[in-house]
Design a protein around this ligand. Sequence first.
Ligand code: SF4
Ligand code: SF4
Length: 81
Amino acid sequence: MALMITAACTACDACEPVCPNKAISVGSPIYVIDALTCTECVGADDEPQCKLVCPQDCIEQNPDFVESRDELMQKYEALHG
Ligand code: SF4
Ligand code: SF4
């Protein structure tokens, strides 16, 4: 399941540099996670790195992108060759 950023985001920029898939971009007014690129960090790290650094705790599961761990790993491998 991809993650999503909610309205509590303060655009602090802590999350964008830590994403292994470059799935986070600057939006207006809040940052945005590309659900087609976010793997919940599966393939790169043990847990979602953006959630670890977010001071607002405003990164949640995206209910529109339900994926299993295997599917997330396939997504990661497709992105990184
Ligand atoms: Fe990027 Fe991982 Fe956050 Fe998804 S969970 S947006 S892959 S840092
Ligand atoms: Fe927004 Fe959290 Fe990312 Fe900061 S770390 S830009 S508050 S989602």
